[in-house]
Design a protein. Sequence first.
Lengths: 328, 314, 328
Amino acid sequence: MSLSTEIPTVAPPPPTEVDVAGRSPGQLAWARLRRDRVAVISGGLLVFFLILAVAAPLVELLYGIGPYDQFQEKLRRSDGLPLGYAGGISREHWFGLEPGSGRDIFIRLVYGIRTSLFIAVMAALLTSLIGITLGILAGYLGGWVDSVISWLTDFALALPFLIFALAVMPTVELRFYGPRDEVPTWFRVAVLIAIFAAFGWTGMARLVRGQVISLREREFVEAARASGAGLGHMLFRQLLPNLWAPILVSFSLAVPAYVTGEAALSFLNIGIRDPTPDFGVMIFRSIDWLQGDPAYVFFPGVTIFALVLAFNLFGDALRDALDPKSSR
Amino acid sequence: MTLLRVEGLTKHFPVRGRGLVRAVDGIDFAVAAGETLGLVGESGCGKTTTGRMLVRLLEPTGGRIVFEGRDISHLGRRDLRLLRQDLQIIFQDPYASLNPRHTVGRIVAMPLEVNGIRPPGGVKQRVRELLELVGLNPEHYNRYPHEFSGGQRQRIGIARALALRPKLIVADEPVSALDVSIQAQVVNLLRGLQRDLGLAFVFIAHDLAVVRHFCQRVAVMYLGRIVEIGDREQIYERPRHPYTRALLSAVPEVTAPARANGRIRLAGDVPTPLDPPSGCRFRTRCWKARDVCATTEPALTNGVACHFPEGDDG
Amino acid sequence: MGRFLVKRLLSATLTLFAVSVLAFLMFFALPRDPVTGMCPKNCNPERLERVREELGLRDPKIEQYAAYMKGIFVGRDLGSAQGGRCDAPCLGYSYVNSEAVTDTLARVLPVTLSIVIPAAILWLALGVGLGMVSALKRGTWVDRLAIGFSLTGASLQLYFTGAVLLIVFVYQLKILPNPHYTSIFDDPVDWAKGLVLAWVALAFLFSAIYARLARAQMVETLSEDFVRTARAKGLARKAVYGRHALRAAITPLVTIAGLDVGAALGGTVITETTFGIQGLGRTAVYAVRGGDLPMIMATVLIAAVFVVLANVVVDLLYAAIDPRVRLR
């Protein structure tokens, strides 16, 4: 028996070269995010809302009631309030009925999520696209390009958003449709998205510009320049990969802002109009029924609260995961 | 054979409402092929600006940079691209000089990618060779910068600079951000590369100790000017400019016996390059300064720019 | 400082000028016929024609704009149907309200001021206080409670909290009258009773946001070197936190507060609509619904003036506190 049989028990395992792939900053952030309880819960809630929005017609099929179906026979003749307790909650109508119209609140909420998320996500995408482009251009090129874009940013911030949006909506509608024409919903949706984009790009542009200016002076950018890199390589290969983190965070916080904004405009009866299912429209209608049917405001109010809260929580968690230093 | 020649090189930065910062104010030097020149001075003396101009990250305000007999100081974009294959730079901060979102492989391959070069055997093979050359494990190709130490990161930066097989590398304080124990390893690596590949170096440093064992020639800068330039032995054994002596006396000597005249402490701070002193720029801190120093700027003659150089007065 | 002031005022003037041009283009030049928006149904054609004539809509656009601007600065003569002479800050005549626009504004501006200013005091005190306490007691249940409050508040919608407040305090408990406006000079108690719900609703939303900001700011300041140095020097906790940290933490908050107050003055649209109080915001909504062009134009301009002025004031305050700002 030689000594060698005993040695392996104390000798360290031979050096392995298995873990050579390394973990990218993105993968590390993902791992951190998955360990964060708040992120998992709020993310789960968001996925739930998203599925609900996408699968709204399926929900309608299973539920058996459409968003435009009216149940006038279940309303009190005298004042139009739903019969039964808490706004007419029953086995058939989980969240009760709308007073006056007698439409089912639950299915209208499901479709309302669809309307709201579609507008918010599209607006966030569009603003991000514009904001990133202009921000990178301003930050990287500097000079007069920067001056012009920065002035535009300040200008857009000086416009009182709600009042301006309020005033612009009907004007635009009037431009394309006569005062007596019926304005189709898709057109209102498109105008809403366009208004959000026109006002909303400034935040992203500012953020990206600041990031680019700080990155521009970093030595790895100079290294690329010293190797003869052109503008395209600079922007897309060197800068953009370093911008994803703040862009992602900003995007995830922009969506709830647009959900809120869309609901606010519709609440003012300027954005989406009845009968299209929408949070803002429902709350707008509910204000007139507060005294007789307090339950009517409750469901859309709580749903939009849950949606926005989930987005905000997830956005915060994402920020912490992408930039561990920022967390307390 | 002269590889690089610099004549009257100048860089002025305008500061809004307050005139010009004369970061580099007319300097001359030359570097032969395969030679190493040290560029030494305190922070703010213009050495980094000089390095950035040599690789044309900054456009000179005046003067000429002649590389292989060609004036490159105002080359256009296309010619610059070709030039950059011969002239590369290593940066000071190994944490800022590597793109944190790129793998080591991508970082080192970047100069090849940018210039559309496909080396025989493939990019990957070439990157592996480069990593091996700078003493890194070639299997770490797919790792990210954050997984490496400062010294290893600096090696990655060196590998990147070598990717295009340049003739001259500007090393901008390549070791000053590193631990002292690591500094020697990186300097030794650069020495080995210089010897094996016949590279020329302009090695920028803020103290004379680091360049001593690496540079054949040394230039000392002060407030945008070269105050003394010469061979290693000359600078370290027989310094003639008072500023060089002051810098040398600040280098801690462990082995050599303490110098007779002890340590020279310079009075005051470096004056602002916005408004440099008249005549000799060093006069405000010089213990030998006389009236003439305030009126006439000493020219760089016989490698020293001083009215009263050491050795002349016995 | 003087130069900075002049520069800042110049750029503010330029911004306002640009807003006025944009607004003019949007509302007077973009619609096919601005007047048709004013009476969508069964309007007397002769009356329309007269209105067109009186508003000068047949003149070239530039002349119309010049006349409008001239009215603001030196006054102008409107037709006899519009009340004849219209003095210096002349914003035109509203056919819908049958009075000069400035008269309407003089009536509704005090309402909006009465809503925003007390609410702002409330939200600043509440938000900053809560943020400070939660930063100092970091990690305790107090902190967690405050974080929960601010997350909830920031995700709630004004119209929803408003509706809940109305249901609870006005319709159910009946301890408050229906929201309304009385001048503070006539009856201060009734003034407060009529507006308190609006203050609370606004303050709830904004204090949540401010608590969050104040906490983050304070946590960051507390970890900075100068605070630790002050602590290490042996200064008492109270002195350090009170004198050093609070000031450093509060400065950025002042900026945001200034901008928010400016924006709120320009548009408490949602608050006023929810509670049915006739201020500037609700006037804007009515003007938009009624197609009242001169009124729309005026509310947009006034709101922009508030936002831009708030920006200037904040910048000047900042420049006074931090001299480096002036160099930019």
